[in-house]
Design a protein. Structure first.
Lengths: 293, 293, 293, 293
């Protein structure tokens, strides 16, 4: 269910709250407060008004708001007390399918976090891989209270920016998506490598999970971005290129076994809203890559 | 126990056989026959004379000679009927520590091979990884009898060339060693990358086994070749470079997590007596490699 | 003056000849003959019909047609007997401003060519640099009569394809344009190089003539292709990148003088209708380029 | 005429002065003063003792010493008042063959320099190209008196370090030579490029002067360094590689004209005693270079 910015600008308070009241977790007052600044020229302005409502709220209200957030991967997730949007977000990163051991680990970290800061650990899961969430947990546990209070609010702003972008359409949409793309140049032939098989893996610990399989088109690119239309989850990835197969059927005198067969490019994504172009330039005997644009 | 070529050239038949009679498996006649061409100007000539003795022997003698070779990874290996040299060679590639399943697989292939060709599968194990031996087995099972007879003799020539090179010293040694080396250039700094941690892995199926760990020296190289002084086993390898650590302590503004952390270079070796120079040129945002010299 | 394909398809013979009669030099019969195949579904089909009219004409008619072409850079160019289109084409490559010595050289080659083949040298000048025309002249003088007859017709087809593409609009336009583009990646920073000064030169003999100056935009590209919207003249080019200036104001510790200042990339274009993407990946200490896409 | 450090250590003052008195221009007192610290364990120590003698001399003595140096490219050079060593050094950089205009320019700069600082411009010409000397002149004219006094002494130390290295043999020679080398890898073939023609040019203004021609050997290197056994003159250079010829006779399907023919690598040398390794990795469609080691 989406709504246009124009319609929002024309709504009364009740309609406005009905439309956006669930954006900030169990805090319809954020939408109500933001509406005072309507009309909004851009969707980004709308979200900024909502963030301002949180930032200027009394500390107790902010704290209550943080405390109302569900435990990440916690019991709440199993007991059904989450909003629908929270459920979807947590499922997307695999937090709905933790092993017992992983569940226990997250639970321990969450307990330590709550004991130290007085509110549950909040992170915008769609901007992270499972590994990255774990690293966040460990880093943020080391924060002092003030730093972490700000960090938690920042995560809420990331979460709600995504919700607003999914709910409201109109001018000046906030930037909430990144893009991961590749391109294979066969520099032996001076042409794009056509029909070359590419796989994208995400690392969770030592294990690599296949995310995408594709073949390069006539321009050496995949038909669609490897990841696009969403934030790029912060984490470790590996692209694998079937360079050996590409040259096997060309009469180019490769070795047996070929010097290069599956070429892995391993890299991390740190900017969920960024553009990562990770091309491969290859011959049967050499290759190079770089973060391009 | 080594012997000089000069001493060999001066030996009588009995001494010559004592020195070299075990070179060709259970076939002291090969050494005896080769001695007719002494004196030898080079160690390579000595080995060529021994190969010629085998090549010009009657087919029945050749066949009997092939049949006298031990089963690779076979029962013989466990019953102690191998020459000492055969034992060492088979241990080097991990054939002395097969799992029950692997042992069964080798045994099945060996049985099929013997049933088809009438002699055991022979391969110069020091020129191969375990995976490469398995692939050899499967390929050579497809040969016709004539092709495989020649292939088996060729392997014996590789084996005995190594034995001769280990036993005899003198002019004109045969080329039995390869070299795998690396070099790390930090092209952001325009200097060799110093103190960068490098690991070399060998693949056995999907698993990578650590072979070597090293740090680059002031010239960006490892103090000694990653593999040297022996044939390079044909197979799949991966070099891993700790590029992330290298840049972490330099003030070069890397991302968090860094775009490049562990950089893997995966490549195959096909020429056991060749020189493989596999350098890495890197910045925090790019890298390239090639088979150099 | 352009005409739509639809209008052409509806014209009578007289109108058709008026519109396209000058396309093939002094040979309105080509248009007249092609019209018999109208209507044309695409502009490419129209040109193919015109080429077919030439190919199927009697040899004498073909020869007469070739003979009616002006001498390239010849006296005719100075006496005003060229069609307007021929004049523009010859001016574009600098053939209207030859030195006396160059004029004499072209004249000598042209005389030798006419003496051997019986018709003037014809080349689609918009697909060549001056150097490339000279090399064509020298190569084609070595042809036998049959080969050169076909080569001359092919050039006329290139010339008239450009004329048709400039005169007629509609579906299925023939491919008559190429594109030369660049892109500068600063792989030290992992970002496009912004505001970097780029120059494109064309070589005539040893001298390089400046064709284009540009600065890279926020994506490291020039706002428009270095050459586009026309055939890429076959010839030798050099891109020069002000890499030294780019790094001078960044705190990246370059040498004095910097290892890299003006980086030249020298390359030839061989496919006038192709896409040449010639990027530069650079750090203060390294660079690479390739024909990309 | 060289002398060993051992012999120097055994000489009396008269012999010592006879051997080294000409090292510092018209200042035999420098050698005499340094001798007080003999014996010297290394040649470097000997030179340091001579530098210390200059550094600790009274300012008036230092100034008189600087004033005793010949005008660079000045009248003195023509009147024969130079020591033999000064003549050779100035000839090496082309200062003995200036055009009238260049001579006038150097003269003007020299007059301005002497007017400002009260002594002639001194530079270790063997560490510079002609262009670099000119740039030095212009930069150093902007110095204040104290800075320039130190700069002039530093140049004398470079000059005399070279003289000592050429005159005295023994342990611990000072580092006075650099090395410029190259290496060509054909990454299309995965092998060194053999027999590839390479030229090294030095730029003087816009003109490039050929310094060295060479062919790559079986390892893709030139038999000897492009520059070696002497300081590398600071300046702008260009390596030119005949990549087009290299691929022309290989059946690798290059374009006509080839995308790459003569590949120029243009770079500056800033460290006369450094090692500049400037390799080329190439295919018919791509190349890269870097400052290696």
């Amino acid at each position: 269910m989406t709504v246009t910015l124009d319609d929002l600008n024309r709504m009364d308070l009740r309609g406005f709250e009905a439309a956006l009241g669930e954006t900030f977790e169990l805090a319809p007052w954020v939408a109500a407060s933001a509406r005072a600044k309507s009309p909004f020229a851009t969707v980004t302005e709308l979200h900024e008004a909502m963030m301002a409502a949180v930032r200027t709220a009394p500390h107790e209200a902010q704290l209550g708001f943080l405390r109302n957030h569900p435990d990440l991967a916690g019991k709440a997730a199993r007991a059904g007390a989450l909003t629908e949007e929270s459920k979807r977000e947590q499922a997307s990163v695999g937090l709905d399918s933790l092993s017992e051991e992983e569940f226990a680990r997250f639970h321990r970290l969450n307990d330590a976090y709550k004991a130290k800061f007085g509110f549950p650990f909040i992170v915008c899961v769609r901007r992270h891989t499972r590994d990255s969430i774990l690293r966040q947990f460990e880093r943020r546990l080391l924060h002092d209270a003030t730093t972490e209070f700000a960090a938690a609010l920042q995560e809420i702003f990331y979460i709600t920016r995504l919700r607003i972008a999914a709910t409201v359409t109109g001018e000046g949409m906030p930037q909430v998506t990144g893009r991961l793309s590749t391109h294979v140049l066969d520099t032996q032939a001076g042409r794009p490598a056509v029909g070359l098989h590419v796989e994208l893996y995400e690392y969770a610990g030592d294990r690599a999970h296949l995310l995408v399989q594709a073949r390069t088109n006539a321009d050496g690119r995949t038909e669609s971005p490897l990841i696009g239309g969403r934030p790029l989850p912060i984490g470790l990835y590996e692209l694998r290129f079937a360079v050996g197969d590409h040259y096997r059927n060309r009469d180019v005198g490769v070795a047996d076994p070929p010097f290069l067969d599956i070429v892995p490019l391993r890299f991390s994504i740190a900017e969920p809203e960024g553009h990562y172009h990770v091309p491969l330039l290859c011959t049967p005997w050499s290759y190079s890559t770089y973060r391009g644009s």
